[in-house]
Structures are given as structure tokens and as C-alpha cells.
Design a protein around this ligand. Structure first.
Ligand code: FDA
Length: 307
């Protein structure tokens, strides 16, 4: 019940101002956001890779309103990649990007987002790593998939995300599995209407498994973005049945969520990549994390009240 309300609040400017200014917010935000600057995130990347894990780095931000903000987003990623160059981690440290942060929703936004993300993908390739395009709300996806296809012509390792809750996703999965793409499958984190998305949690899980099967049996590289213990064991079973070796798929989880599980799966020999978000524009990302688990909201409310 609370999830949709929090997701609606994630798009409210008034709530953004309230939450950002509330005492106690920072303490809760820190659980999910690995710092505000490149200098703060780099030691966390080193620590994570030191534990035998991999990372995908997200400079938080979305729904920008000016072209200058879009260029600034591109430059923030280029600065990050410059720092990763010194670490020489290659594909162990990749990037995740939201095209709305690269200008996708502005006038001429499709071309603008493509023009902004291309140099990031090029710079990533130059240091031996890659970029995954996050999936945002359903209205953005045709553009995201077209940009993904365009980038793959020169950089076939460019990944994208599909969301199990959308009715369209089984078709998308078939197409991406057939063309050999790197694909992250997630349940889906946005507030979507019943015309385009499954609303029932159990049905979303069932769709997730159907899509997982398509990816596992296909020619691409599946990236399983979930903390759900049932889906993790189903993944292991489906990978075994499809004859996939441990390096022919990977698990991904979010920084700050089920951290013991990150290490446990890596110790079993799995590739485990931690989605590590950092930056100052954390509001939308943070609110989606609150919406996923009502207990987070209670913790948040308590930390505000006790300040
Ligand atoms: P579920 O929500 O059922 O959670 C299973 C268990 O995990 C919970 O019982 C709890 O223990 C723990 N858990 C999950 N979320 C938690 C939270 N916020 N706080 C504390 N515990 C939590 N979505 C999207 O629409 N587009 C995208 O591009 C991405 N990208 C992405 C990358 C990666 C690496 C991950 C892991 C997830 C995403 N997501 C996403 C988010 C995704 O759609 C989904 O909302 C979350 O992963 C939560 O779903 P789970 O599969 O973890 O299951």
C-alpha cells in the first residue's frame, strides 16, 4: 500500500525539498548512497573489489530540465572513468546510466541523450569496461532500446535493463537474447499503470522467472538484478539446466542491501556486481529504495523524529 504513495512522492518537488532538508535524512541516505563525490566513492570501489566483488557505478540524477545539466551528467561520468583508469579494474568496474539524466526528456532529447552517452561509452571501452543503460519509466523505453541498439553497433558489450513487471518485457527479452546482448533483468521500480504493467507481486515474480528462462536459453549475457532469495536459487537452477558456466551470467545487487549475500555468492564462485550509486542528486533513487521496503520508511521516520 505504502509503496505507490512513496513512488508518487518521488516525483514531487515539494517532497524533495522536505525530505532533503529533514534532520536525520543523511543518516538513512548514507545506507544506500556511497558518497557525494568521486573522491568519496573511489575508496568504496577499492574496498568492494578487494572483497572479490565487482561494481557498476551510478552517478545519481534523473529528470533533468536543461541541456547544461545533461552535459554536466556526461562530464561527471567522464571524470569518474578518468579515475577508474588509474585503478585498472577493467570490466570489474562498469557504469550504469539513466538516459533521462543525459537529456532524453528535453526537446530533441533522443538525439541529445545519444550524443551525450556515446563519449561515456567510448571512454569506458578505452579502459576495458562498459556501460549499462538503466530502465526508467515505460514512456522512455523505446528510446532507450533504440539508443542501446545504436551503441551496440560500435560497442557490442553495452548493456541494458528490462523490467519484469511490464507486459512488453517478454518480447524485449526474446529480441535481446537472440542478438547476444548483456541484459540486466529486474522486477521494476517505478509506479506504472495497470495498462502497461503487472500489479500483483506474485505475478511479477512469475514473469521474472519466465523472462529469466528466455535469457538463460538465449545467446546473451544475463545479469540478475535482485535480492530475492527465491529468484537467486531459481537462477542457479536455470543456469545449470541451460548449461551455463559461472562466468556466463552474473548476479547484481544494490549497495547497502543484503551485503552479506553479496559476499556469500561471490565466495561460491559467482560473479557478483554491486550497483553503487553516488552523487548529490540522490532523491529519486533514495525514494525508490524506501518504496521497495516499508521497513525502510519506518527507519527513516524514526531517524527524523529522534533528531
Ligand atoms: P524484492 O523487492 O522482493 O526484495 C527481496 C528482498 O530483498 C526483500 O525482502 C528485502 O530483504 C530485500 N530488499 C529489496 N529491496 C530492498 C530495499 N530497498 N531495502 C532493504 N531491503 C530490500 N529497477 C528499475 O526499474 N530499473 C533499473 O534500471 C533498475 N536497476 C537495478 C539494478 C540492480 C543491480 C538491482 C538489484 C535493482 C535494480 N532495480 C531497477 C530495482 C528493481 O527493479 C527492484 O525494485 C529492486 O531490486 C527490489 O526488488 P528485488 O528483486 O530485490 O525483490
Amino acid at each position: 500500500m505504502l509503496g505507490p504513495v512513496i513512488l508518487a512522492a518521488s516525483r514531487s518537488e515539494k517532497m524533495r525539498r522536505f525530505v532533503s532538508a529533514a534532520p536525520g535524512t543523511k543518516q538513512v541516505v548514507d545506507r544506500f548512497i556511497a558518497g557525494e563525490t568521486v573522491d568519496q566513492v573511489v575508496p568504496i570501489v577499492i574496498e568492494t573489489v578487494g572483497k572479490g566483488l565487482e561494481v557498476t557505478l551510478d552517478v545519481v540524477g534523473e529528470d533533468i530540465t536543461t541541456r547544461e545539466q545533461a552535459y554536466a551528467a556526461r562530464d561527471a561520468y567522464l571524470e569518474l572513468i578518468e579515475r577508474l583508469k588509474d585503478l585498472d579494474y577493467g570490466p570489474k568496474a562498469e557504469m550504469s546510466v539513466k538516459l533521462s539524466m543525459f537529456g532524453q526528456a528535453l526537446e530533441g532529447g533522443h538525439e541529445l541523450a545519444l550524443a551525450n552517452v556515446r563519449p561515456v561509452v567510448e571512454a569506458a571501452a578505452a579502459i576495458g569496461t562498459t556501460v549499462t543503460l538503466d530502465a526508467e519509466d515505460h514512456t522512455t523505453l523505446d528510446s532507450m532500446f533504440a539508443i542501446h541498439e545504436e551503441l551496440r553497433k560500435d560497442f557490442p558489450q553495452t548493456g541494458c535493463v528490462i523490467q519484469a513487471y511490464l507486459f512488453r518485457t517478454e518480447d524485449d527479452a526474446r529480441r535481446l537474447a537472440a542478438n547476444g546482448s548483456r541484459v540486466r533483468i529486474v522486477k521494476g521500480a517505478y509506479k506504472e499503470p495497470a495498462e502497461v504493467a503487472i500489479q500483483d507481486k506474485t505475478e511479477i515474480d512469475k514473469a521474472y522467472v519466465r523472462i529469466l528462462k528466455i535469457l538463460m536459453e538465449g545467446d546473451g549475457y544475463p545479469m540478475i538484478g535482485s535480492h530475492d532469495p527465491r529468484l537467486i536459487s531459481i537462477t542457479q537452477e536455470l543456469a545449470r539446466r541451460a548449461g551455463r558456466k559461472l562466468d556466463e551470467y552474473e548476479f547484481q545487487m544494490l549497495y547497502g542491501i543484503r551485503s552479506d549475500e553479496h559476499v556469500r555468492l561471490a565466495a561460491e564462485g559467482h560473479r557478483m556486481r554491486v550497483y553503487t550509486a553516488y552523487g548529490t542528486d540522490w532523491y529519486g533513487y533514495f525514494m525508490r529504495r524506501l518504496a521497495e521496503k516499508p521497513a525502510n520508511l519506518l527507519f527513516f521516520a524514526r531517524s527524523i523524529l529522534t533528531k
